[in-house]
Design a protein around this ligand. Structure first.
Ligand code: GMT
Length: 376
């Protein structure tokens, strides 16, 4: 068997969360490298607006059955995984975010006769093991999923440690870090990419799923602190449950004309390219893909010092990490980065250089290698 030409099923959350983005981008990269990709999910992956060769999408239809209190998504997914595996002779089923995807994969394997069974690779992304999977009601099933997968990966060493702490009898967990396509996420070619009206103001950006774990209101507080010293603006990309709290913070701090809320965007790289500093004030972050994408665009990142961010950001070289919730420290680091043109330019160059360590061309072959080891 050669590395090229595998039939790979990929399941993830199709929404804009980081694990869904990784699942979609991995599929795109693997298809470019000659594999055939079958996305099996309830919606096509986020950022897949255009046709891509060697990529198919198999929708999971969840029946609406009045006697059932909860829609049986996991079961419908398992059935679809089994069908697609049989029909397209899948070699690998690669699921992103352990629950419920790994459980569905294990059930799909059991449905199939042994020769038809694809190997199951489970990639852990963070809250799937640190929060949801560790909840008392789900612990047993998560633990089983880790043991029963043919291979398990984590997106950072920090997450690998967190998973092994919680699931010490879990399978061997390998680290394959997240990656970025350096051609798509690249510094702006023209200053036109800079947000209109920003002028010489310090332009900050925050991209997230606006869940409480992201502490997005802190980005607004950092804006206020920076703006007290130098005129500044903040661009917010994404949406989620914390958005009303963010809007309240903007109003209370009198920053309505300083904040632009853009919602979900497909052109995030173009917007990021025109910004000066990216903010990621999360309480927890297994990797921090949004910061990596910003850095690849040449935007230094100021983040909280949590989880896997230490593996991405080296203080002073294209970004800084500060204690989560320390608004003054975050604002101080922003002001350090934009202190003068030379410093900003140096930090921009360093950010791109650091991001290059996570080039898709370097990381995706690690998955191919894992697939081959799992198959032999
Ligand atoms: O936190 C999110 O925005 C979503 C979440 C997910 O699983 O969709 O993100 C996690 O996975 C990303 C991709 O691997 C990582 O970059 C994020 O750090 C991680 N989020 C957390 O750990 C809180």
């Amino acid at each position: 068997m050669t590395t090229a030409g595998l039939n790979i099923g990929i399941t993830g959350y199709a929404n804009a969360g980081g694990s869904g983005v990784v699942a979609g981008e991995l599929g795109r990269q693997l298809a470019r490298r000659g594999h055939t990709i079958h996305f099996i999910a309830d919606a096509p992956p986020f950022r897949f607006a255009h046709f891509a060769e060697h990529v198919q999408y198999h929708e999971v239809a969840v029946p609406d059955c009045p006697p059932l209190k909860h829609p049986p998504y996991t079961l419908a997914l398992a059935a679809r995984m089994a069908e697609v595996s049989r029909q397209f002779a899948l070699d690998i089923l690669h699921v992103h975010y352990a629950l419920p995807h790994a459980a569905a994969g294990i059930l799909a394997q059991s449905i199939l006769d042994r020769p038809q069974r694809p190997k199951l690779v489970t990639t852990l992304h963070g809250t799937d093991v640190t929060r949801i999977g560790s909840a008392a009601s789900l612990y047993e099933v998560t633990s089983f999923c880790l043991r029963a997968s043919n291979a398990v990966t984590a997106v950072s060493h920090s997450l690998q440690r967190a998973a092994l702490d919680r699931f010490p009898d879990g399978a061997r967990i390998e680290v394959i870090p997240n990656f970025v396509d350096l051609e798509t996420f690249a510094p702006a070619r023209s200053p036109g990419a800079r947000a209109r009206d920003a002028g010489d103001d310090v332009l900050l950006a925050h991209v997230s799923s606006f869940r409480s774990v992201k502490r997005p209101a802190d980005a607004v507080r950092v804006l206020a602190a920076v703006n007290a010293t130098r005129p500044a603006r903040l661009i917010l990309i994404g949406d989620g449950p914390e958005m009303p709290a963010v809007v309240r913070e903007v109003e209370q701090l009198g920053l309505r004309d300083r904040v632009q809320m853009l919602g979900q965007r497909l052109d995030v790289q173009e917007i990021l390219s025109g910004c000066d500093v990216f903010l990621l004030p999360s309480a927890e972050e297994s990797f921090g893909l949004a910061a990596l994408e910003a850095m690849a665009c040449g935007v230094p990142a100021v983040t909280s010092d949590v989880g896997g961010l230490a593996e991405l950001i080296e203080n002073g070289n294209g970004g800084y990490r500060v204690a989560s919730g320390d608004i003054a420290a975050m604002a101080g680091r922003v002001l350090d980065i934009v202190a003068d043109c030379d410093t900003l330019e140096l930090q921009r160059t360093e950010a791109r250089r650091r991001a290059a360590r996570f080039d898709a061309q370097l990381i995706v072959p690690m998955y191919e290698d894992l697939y081959m080891r799992t198959l032999t």
